[in-house]
Write a protein that binds this ligand. Sequence first.
Ligand code: XMP
Length: 507
Amino acid sequence: MEETQHVAVFDFGSQYTQLIVRRVRELGYFAKLYSPEDISEIGTPGAIILSGGPKSTSEPDAPDIDFEKLKSYGVPVLGVCYGMQLLNIKFGGSVKASNKREYGPAMLAPTTHEDLYADVSAESQVWMSHSDTVQDLHDDVEVIASNQHGTPVSLKWPGGFFGIQFHPEVTHSHEGNKILNNFLNQAEKLQPFHIEDFKREMIEGIREVVGERQVVCGVSGGVDSTVLAVLLKEAGVNTRAIFVDNGLLRKNEAAEVQANFKRMKVDIETVDATDRFLDALAGKDDPEEKRKIIGNMFIDVFWDAVGDAEMLAQGTLYPDVIESASNAKSKASVIKTHHNRVPKILELQEQGKVLEPLAELFKDEVRELGASLGIEKDILNRHPFPGPGLAVRCPGAVDRHRLNIIRDCDAVFIGKLKEHGWYDKVWQAYAGLIPVKTVGVKGDERSYEWATNLRAVISEDAMTAEWVDLPAQLLREASQDILNEVSGINRVLYDISTKPPASIEWE
Ligand code: XMP
């Protein structure tokens, strides 16, 4: 994407920085995150936001920004929390350090109903998370809002510089979006972001980068890889799309994925590696070992199929890019290496052979792009499905028999969710297997069979999740059908665990 007229957001390390980018995009403008050191590499932005951060401006290694360069862009600047304190210092004021943290809701009372506070209520709840506060103010500054104690929490400096002590990007700031939008309205050069324009630019970019080379991509049937493959087709580049059937997919999934791509006129090569995966997994019951086997096997199978790639395309999204960049910068221990950043891929990346056209988009934008590429709603709204597939829904060892039982239970449950209009309301749902036998009665006979667990959750980012209070009738029908139709199961349980402490999958 051409980096003109977008909103440049400088990251000072706040946990909410990514949310600022999201909010700006939701308000209809393109926004991108930058490190303050990269201030000369932001093109020609239409507006600039300085994020919050965990440090105090008085700490010796507190992050800084080149103020002269910042001013030279001549566009409105909004400092949020740490960003506001930094601006106050740059404008000749001072900041009072405190070791007491103000965290939670506060009342905002604007002293003006212009610019940032146009149409904002006389009293509005905002979310605070800071320990420092501005102290001395320079003569030129105007206090444009205070809190309930009369402390200044929002400032305006000459030249289109604004500061807010609170976080407009979190939903607990009730009029946060309005305040952000008011700020963006100050930016005359900012242009609305349309996915259609973005798509055009992406397609041109892909053609330019790829040229005559052949691009290989992996498809799973999930949203990101499907959008990627269709985008490559739309760009008209020479593409090979490879679909690995690891034998751990849901009922009829491989056939459905093939049919979906056929309808979209994208040729895919299917590699049926069921035997390789299931043989390697035989008798393995340790969750981490199972995951490792599946992950390594996928790489082997995929690269065997790829051979010598001239180029590899991946459906990496913006949150993954941000996460990898911050992992690389903060020397913090990396909890998991993203599967799009394994050594083989890093090597190709160094040779300029990796294409990641979706790397500036959030998931909802990928769906929007997919819709504009004509991809069916059912495909775009599919629930997430983990790479290791049904293996993480079957504690203990997996085998064909167990996998088939899970497939049958899952098909009934998902079918019921669709029938009752709940599939699109939940974030993810599935049936798993609890391979523990319990006693029951089937017909006139004693049964001694396994149990299935049904799980349906709502989540925003998979980091936390709530179980869904599904209608009893839906659960009743799912249970009845499973008990009647799936041999090997005599008990149906509904998982009512939140994450944390549980996780969404069972392994
Ligand atoms: P957990 O079980 O950690 O799952 O709460 C969070 C989300 O991530 C999905 N998941 C995975 N996705 N590869 C993936 O692509 C994986 O190894 C993997 N493990 C879990 C899970 O389905 C849920 O949406």
